[in-house]
Write a protein that binds this ligand. Structure first.
Ligand code: SF4
Length: 146
C-alpha cells in the first residue's frame, strides 16, 4: 500500500488481530459503531489502529459486559469517554477536565489525548442518539405490585 494508507489494515488482517469474524466486524459498521475508510480504487475497507482498538472495546462491552446495542448507544452518549474506553490516564486529558462538554467538542477546542480521528470514533458516530430511549422503554413497563 502507498504512504497514505500506511498503518491501515484490510479486514482479513483486522479479523486476525481482534479474533473476530469479518462478518462481525462488518456488523459493527452496519450498527454505526465504526466507519472505516475505503480504498478509492478497490472500495476495500481500511482500518486504522485506532479503529482496531475501538472494535476490541465494542466487542468487550457487548459480549463480555453484556450491553445490548441500544444500551451501548446510550452509554456512548451518556458516559464519559474515559470510562467507555477505559482510559489509563484520564487526569491528563482535557476531556476529563471538561466533563460537561462532549469530548469531540473539547478536542476541537483544546485537544484530547485519544488518537482519533473523531469521525471514526464510536462516540462521535453516535452523538445524535436520543439519550432517553432506553430509560423511557423501561419506564413504560409497569412495575409489579409487591
Ligand atoms: S476520538 Fe473524539 S469522539 Fe472519540 S473519545 Fe476522542 S475526542 Fe471523543
Amino acid at each position: 500500500m502507498g504512504s497514505r494508507t500506511t498503518n491501515l489494515h484490510l479486514i482479513n488482517e483486522v479479523s486476525r488481530r481482534v479474533e473476530l469474524s469479518q462478518k462481525r466486524i462488518r456488523e459493527y459498521e452496519k450498527e454505526g459503531f465504526i466507519k472505516p475508510l475505503r480504498e478509492p480504487r478497490t472500495n476495500n475497507r481500511l482500518y486504522s489502529d485506532f479503529e482496531i482498538e475501538q472494535i476490541k472495546r465494542i466487542n468487550h462491552l457487548i459480549h463480555e459486559r453484556g450491553f445490548t446495542l441500544a444500551c451501548l448507544r446510550n452509554l456512548l452518549v451518556l458516559a464519559p469517554c474515559w470510562n467507555i474506553f477505559a482510559c489509563r490516564r484520564p487526569q491528563q486529558c482535557q476531556a476529563y477536565h471538561n466533563p460537561h462538554q462532549p469530548c469531540w467538542r473539547v478536542r476541537r477546542q483544546n485537544g484530547t489525548r485519544c488518537p482519533g480521528p473523531c469521525g471514526q470514533c464510536a462516540i462521535y458516530l453516535n452523538r445524535h442518539v436520543a439519550k432517553s430511549k432506553v430509560l423511557e422503554a423501561v419506564a413504560a413497563v409497569p412495575m409489579e405490585e409487591p
